[in-house]
Design a protein around this ligand. Sequence first.
Ligand SMILES: [Zn+2]
Length: 268
Amino acid sequence: METKPKPVMIYVFDRDRRFVHIVLESKNTPGTMAGIGSVFQRLGIVMLNGFAAGERSGKTLWSIFAEANAKVEDLEDAFRSLPTVEDVTVREGVNGLLVDSQHFPVVMEGGERLVIMRQSMLTDMFGRAKNIFGSGGDVILYVQGEEYGRRAAETWAALLGEKFVREHPNEALQTLSAAGWARIELLAFDLDGRRIVVRLHDNFECLGRKSGGPYSNFVRGYLCGMAQALMPNVAVQCKETVCVAAGGEYCEFETSEEGAKRTGLNPF
Ligand SMILES: [Zn+2]
């Protein structure tokens, strides 16, 4: 399936342009969007990025990065005059730089907090652990991924029920795509046969890396931790059978049952 990038509002910068950040709280009623649109049209505001979050309290939070020439006070007055808008704050950038200082924390559904990092810097951090500690660095990344995957599986099971996760594993896995880790294809899901096969396109951990063999440890650990949580009575191992860092078109991971029950941390 073709996907489109999901721009996240952190900052915008262009020395030659004037950016504003418009944050509105409105009643969650039909017609509010049309009212906001009419102010955009009247004051010549051009939208760059934004979101609208309907809250269970019956309100909607609107947050918009935009380009505009109107004064901050005029923008605030115009939005405040809309009957369903209850609160308005407009903040102007400084010399072409506008940073989102109006929202914290970053959360997803359910209010759970997220931390956003740059992919290149995160994978450089991973690379440094490998460079300094060698195979020890690989183990550290693997067990961190395994912990993350196990916790993710438990969270899904608590939210949706284990039955749902077993019957619709692809839906849970697609959250990795929504969070920017990779585009995911679930190729096999056979818990009785201990075999789960997952293909990752543009896997953040391996993309842009060069390696003589499979490169992933964190994501491999994640998938193994998740698989282990789904198959608690067997020792699961997870191999990366194709890797983009080693010249493959994608990264592919496959689980199987270990020959012997694990007695401790034995990620390989
Ligand atoms: Zn890989």
